[in-house]
Design a protein. Sequence first.
Length: 228
Amino acid sequence: MRNTLLLVLFLTGTSAAFAQMSGDYNYSIGIRGYTVMQMPKILNESGSKYFTNSTLNGVMVKFNDNQISYRLNGTYYNKSKQFFNNCATCEEANGKLVDYSFKVGFEKNFNYARIQPYFAIDIGYRSNTFSGQTENRNELKASEMASIQVEASKTGFVLTPVLGIKASITDQISFFAEGNLDFFYSYERQETTLGDAANTQTFKRYYKAEFLLNPFSVGIQVHLGSNK
């Protein structure tokens, strides 16, 4: 009986030690496969609280130091966008949206096991630019211009607290899922060109702060440079 207990304790200790050693790599490279995120508000966009889906929109490099990792993040989004400006019966906007960010930060794991919950904080720079045109949708309003050319951009500082979990399927490969909240403080420019004979141009600028919820992001990480 005593030998059996000793054998069980030995196997348990070996398993725990293996679990601790499995994440013992110098750095990791990750790819965000699918993300659900909230984009910054464009002009007076109606329904700006809706979420946007994106695939393969980000990469991440982490430098590991025991339970703490130092993160470098980059994201990129470039797609067509259609939305209502002010209201659904006011104006309709169509154009191209380009959004990208660069962030640095740190990540803290809560354990060394195969399944590891973690939290992180990232800070960095974000740019969001919409180029397109708006058209009148109010039938009661005289339409003097066929369309209005619009260029709206936001650039500024972003602070991002993160909660996530990762699961190691082998020592060198793991999947991760995380959610975060972006605090985005930006300088905004709005330029419009009217479709009248004089091509009248207007320019507005603002400083704005937004909280943007990004509830779900999943991807894969490859761990390299074993320091065992």
